[in-house]
Design a protein around this ligand. Structure first.
Ligand SMILES: *[C@@H]1O[C@H](CO)[C@@H](O)[C@H](O)[C@H]1NC(C)=O
Length: 242
């Protein structure tokens, strides 16, 4: 092989490799800074980027291997004091901007993505199962099949029921808790005898979340289990304040 052949081979190998990946682009359309966090599930190694800052109007992207499953969320009201980083909502308690394998402390709006192997069927959704802190959406790009957007564009904080409100130091509602978090009851958490879809119907609290955002999961057994699917290696765009 000549040097040219080697160069050609390497560029094709790189193109092929690049085409295999799933790119997730995060955009911040909020008027405030959001600090996204990423968490890889199934005890797999974490992504190189587990937390970063996203100023208003900024975007950043991460590449996912396949298969992959995990979640994305946005932390708000973050600051550093005495060398320790922490956030008013959806903190991961790592003490740093990077979450390093720690998940969001609820309440937190979540985007969940399950990337299939070999271009199979991906699943993704916006979830308010762990409560709500920031409007968020997820849209596949490319791919084939349904590939609908899952979105919770409403500011649920301003509409949050009195008993679910989480208030900041200034008294404003900064997040909206799930009934499971507040009341720790099996009927809200879908645990114990209520750990099946048949025994965990919607409640007045899950219906509140459902009414605000029809396209987001409102509780663990929300009737949307295969609503958001897309095949053939789509990329994804996650938007804060869509
Ligand atoms: C929801 O139902 C529970 C139990 O029936 C009741 O105590 C609570 O006040 C209701 N909450 C709302 C917001 O309707």
């Amino acid at each position: 092989m000549t040097t040219t052949h080697v160069a050609l081979f390497l560029s094709f190998a790189f193109l092929f490799y690049a085409a295999q990946g799933t790119k997730v682009t995060l955009n911040n359309k909020c008027s405030y800074t959001v600090w996204p966090g990423t968490l890889t599930g199934d005890q797999k190694p974490q992504l190189p980027l587990t937390g970063f800052e996203l100023a208003p109007g900024a975007s950043n992207s991460v590449d996912l291997p396949s298969p992959w499953s995990g979640r994305f969320w946005g932390r708000t009201g973050c600051s550093e004091s005495n060398g320790k980083f922490s956030c008013a909502t959806a903190d991961c308690a790592s003490g740093q901007i990077a979450c390093n394998g720690a998940g969001a402390i609820p309440p937190a709006s979540l985007v969940e993505i399950f990337v299939a192997e070999n271009g199979g069927q991906d699943f993704y959704d916006v979830s308010n199962v762990d409560g709500f802190n920031v409007p968020i959406s997820v849209t596949p790009q490319g791919g084939s099949g349904d590939c609908k957007t899952s979105s919770c564009p409403k500011d649920i904080n301003s509409l949050c029921l009195a008993d679910l409100q989480m208030k900041g130091s200034d008294g404003n509602v900064i997040a909206c808790k799930s009934a499971c978090l507040v009341y720790q009851k099996v009927e809200y958490c879908c645990t114990g005898p209520n750990n099946k879809p048949e025994t965990c119907p919607p409640t007045n609290y899950s219906q509140f979340f459902e009414q605000q955002c029809l396209d987001a999961y409102s509780y663990a057994y929300d009737d949307k289990s295969s609503t958001f699917t897309c095949s053939n290696r789509p990329d994804y765009v996650i938007t804060f304040c869509p």
